[in-house]
Ligand binder design. Sequence first.
Ligand SMILES: Nc1nc2c(ncn2[C@@H]2O[C@H](COP(=O)(O)OP(=O)(O)OP(=O)(O)O)[C@@H](O)[C@H]2O)c(=O)[nH]1
Length: 136
Amino acid sequence: MPSAVAECHIRSADGFLIVYSATDRHSFEAVPAIKRLLDDQRRARNVSCVVVANKADLQHQRRVTTAEGERAAAELACAFFETSASDGGDDIAEAFHELYREVKRRKLLEGKSRRRSSAQQVKQVLNKVFKIQNAS
Ligand SMILES: Nc1nc2c(ncn2[C@@H]2O[C@H](COP(=O)(O)OP(=O)(O)OP(=O)(O)O)[C@@H](O)[C@H]2O)c(=O)[nH]1
């Protein structure tokens, strides 16, 4: 159960980076539950998330393969990146940038469907008005 502060952040954030350690299977196995928690708190499945496997440089301590990470992220419909906080590679910036792009895409789609539904409401009202006028 998240704390009240965490709940507040979950409700207000536009997007989430879900980070696990490629050297720690438990952290990897927690990813689907974290995504579910975010979906439940937002009462929607359209939360923008990117899954990140950190500590990719520690190859000799690796406990989660790249393929497993990719598969888990795909099952959650999230983009996937492997990063190393210690070598500071481009993948870190790319993960943040992809999350930014995903949030923008979702907002654009939500804006379009909101505009469509308000246009439909106007159409329904006009139809009713015309029906009433024709009937009288
Ligand atoms: N080599 C390497 N070390 C890292 C990386 N990210 C964090 N660390 C180091 O890992 C140690 C633990 O850091 P965190 O993973 O942030 O802390 P934690 O969540 O408590 O993780 P654990 O202690 O590993 O369970 C620190 O010494 C970090 O400097 C990375 O990408 N590569």
